[in-house]
Design a protein around this ligand. Structure first.
Ligand code: PNW
Length: 447
């Protein structure tokens, strides 16, 4: 009998996002986003790094598609920069920005790589933030109009659509714990942002259904078990509230139609009649981004009374300091399968750190290969136990602008020299290409 652990049609891919790779921040009519503002004026990014140049993908996209082809991936997840196509977020469109994604999509299709288009990877146009941004209910409508623009322009060629990437990271770190743009710390604004982003998601799904026949639509959630740093009552309470804000306040209303317990009370003043039905539009798959568990501790200096705890001192960690715990990945896949009853696509998983360039120019990253190997085993274990996983996208194609960590944390399969912008595939790129090739070839097993 021939078999492979992956079902027929399993999608192998790589992921990136616009602000992290494109650069060309002020070119061809692109407007500023909240991340440009954060990098340029707010601080909070290591080294004062910015996405002004990043990987210069805006100019080097042809080389990058060729690199993907070399990996043998089926699919590429990228995001459209809202301020590149609508410099002020709404109103006048920027034809040069729209053209850029046309060229990219066409080349991907010619190369046999399916485009998976994500509408929002955190780069809200600054002009919309100045009008209230996600704290304003109007933002859902602005997002729906932007979605319609992209759907009409790209929907003839793009069938895989994603509304948002990691709802809870940009809302929590943008509005409650100031680690991301726009750097606000305010409970009410955080709650309003949660609810308005949920409305925007629901409206976005409705627009895509109406405008893109045959669209396969998902949303991407970062889900990570929240563990109390030490087992005290205060830390357990902190972990329970963080679990709602991190893991539940988007998935539950979008898929199950209600907010989780504590949040339902907190958010009630911002919810209007009909909102919950507007949010809970059926989607086709659940996008999961997962790296490792997170640790919570009580922290009265933070706006919600919880803060980030540390992994136990003896636990293995990434270069980024995240705990390596593949069983949590397996369990997360099984939990999602049972709780949400949707096919799952792993839209991000990967390993950060700093990589050493050898004298001959090669880049060996055995730590990344080790991490990916054990996480792939966990993926297969979850599938063997019934989780309906349809694809795996590795984060990331390229080393890129790693938000608050600037260029100091590298997640790429392809090394980028940020002075010369030269790309060099790492040992992990070969490893991933081999994994994909083996996964596709049915293996003979004795029966
Ligand atoms: C994700 N955390 O972000 C993002 O989708 C990517 O843009 C990013 O580059 C990648 O993971 C690696 O960081 C996260 O604090 C940011 O647990 C923070 C966390 C998780 C994911």
């Amino acid at each position: 009998m021939t078999t492979t652990p992956y079902p027929p049609g399993f999608t192998w891919g790589v992921s990136t996002s616009a602000y992290q790779i494109e650069g060309a921040a002020a070119e061809d009519g692109r407007g500023p986003s909240v991340w440009d503002t954060r990098c340029r004026t707010q601080g909070g990014v290591v080294n004062g790094d910015t996405g002004d140049v990043a990987c210069d993908h805006y100019h080097r996209w042809e080389e990058d598609v060729a690199l993907m082809k070399g990996l043998g991936v089926d699919a590429y997840r990228f995001s459209v920069a809202w301020p590149r196509v609508l410099p002020r977020g709404r109103g006048v469109v920027n034809p040069a920005g729209l053209d850029f994604y046309d060229r990219l999509i066409d080349r991907l299709l010619e190369s046999g790589i399916e485009p998976w288009l994500c509408l929002y990877h955190w780069d809200l146009p600054q002009a919309l933030h100045d009008l209230g941004g996600w704290s304003s209910r109007d933002c859902a409508g602005w997002f729906a109009d932007y979605t319609a623009l992209c759907a009409k322009r790209y929907g003839d060629r793009v069938k895989r659509w994603i509304t948002f990437n990691e709802f809870s990271v940009f809302t929590l770190f943008g509005y409650a714990i100031p680690w991301a743009a726009p750097g606000i710390v305010d409970r009410t604004q955080h709650l309003r942002a949660i609810h308005h982003v949920n409305l925007a998601h629901g409206d976005g799904v409705s627009v895509l259904r109406a405008l893109v026949p045959g669209a396969s639509i998902g949303a991407i959630h970062n889900r990570q078990i929240v563990i109390p740093e030490t087992d005290t009552a205060d830390n357990r309470a902190a972990a329970a509230l963080l679990d709602e804000h991190w893991n539940l306040v988007f998935c539950d209303p979008q898929i199950l139609g209600h907010y989780p317990l504590q949040t339902a009370d907190h958010i009630a003043p911002h919810v209007q009649a009909g909102d919950m039905a507007r949010i809970a539009q059926p989607t086709d798959w659940f996008g999961l981004n997962h790296y490792g568990p997170i640790f919570a501790k009580a922290d009265p200096s933070r706006v919600w009374g919880y803060g980030w705890g540390d992994a136990p001192p003896d636990s293995p960690t990434h270069g980024v300091g995240w705990a390596i715990f593949p069983d949590a990945f397996r369990d997360e896949l099984l939990t999602i399968h049972r709780r949400y009853r949707l096919p799952i696509v792993v839209t991000e998983n990967g390993c950060g750190g700093s990589d050493r360039v050898e004298a001959d120019g090669s880049v060996n990253d055995p730590h990344r290969i080790r991490y990916l190997t054990i996480y792939n085993e966990a993926l297969r274990a979850a599938m063997a136990q019934g989780a309906d996983v349809r694809g795996y996208f590795l984060w990331s194609l390229l080393d890129n602008f790693e938000w608050g960590s600037g260029y100091g944390q590298r997640f790429g399969l392809i090394h980028v020299d940020f002075t010369t912008l030269t790309r060099t595939p790492k040992a992990s790129a070969r490893w991933y290409a081999d994994l994909i090739a083996q996964a596709r070839a049915p293996r003979l097993i004795a029966t």
